[in-house]
Write a new protein. Structure first.
Length: 164
């Protein structure tokens, strides 16, 4: 190898060396092999982008999830929401209280079991959710476009193994 090709090859290896040295110097190097570290970094990247790009940071992912599930399953019980979202019941009640106060959802007593209350989107909630879905779709595209369809399906399957 001579001239420019050699310089280009040398520049590439120097760049890789600098990156490795930078990772080691920052103390992150040993963490890069840990699953939890990588999952957390990925979650932070997705979460930060969601906060920047969806509802001007006024809607958290869990609130969006509750609205989506209420739309998909009209009358869903609070206990079922808690189970689906892996949250404690008290947290779900507090979130629903805020959504109800904001006029996005309403609770209705079950006609089959008077002890249960079902959750329903209001007209305002349905309208708000449609706008949020568009914003979330743009947010998701920023991450999904990094993968082929097969890679994305595999990534989702592998992530689901962590919590199923």
């Amino acid at each position: 190898m001579a001239g420019p090709a050699r310089r280009a090859a040398g520049a590439g290896s120097r760049k890789a060396g600098k990156q490795a040295a930078g990772a080691a110097a920052s103390g992150v190097g040993p963490l890069q092999g840990f699953l939890g570290y990588n999952v957390r970094r990925a979650q932070l990247a997705v979460s930060r982008d969601f906060q920047r790009s969806v509802a001007q940071g006024k809607i958290r992912p869990v609130v969006f999830s509750i609205l989506v599930l209420a739309e998909a399953h009209p009358g869903i019980a609070q206990v079922d929401l808690a189970r689906q979202l892996a949250l404690d019941k008290a947290s779900v009640v507090a979130l629903i209280d805020r959504l109800e106060a904001g006029g996005l959802v309403e609770r209705r007593r079950s006609t089959q079991d008077r002890r249960r209350q079902g959750l329903f989107l209001t007209e305002a909630g349905q309208s708000r959710l449609q706008g949020l879905k568009e914003e979330v779709a743009r947010h998701e595209r920023r991450f999904v476009e990094r993968y082929s369809p097969a890679e994305l399906a595999l990534l989702v399957e592998l992530l689901q193994r962590l919590y199923e």
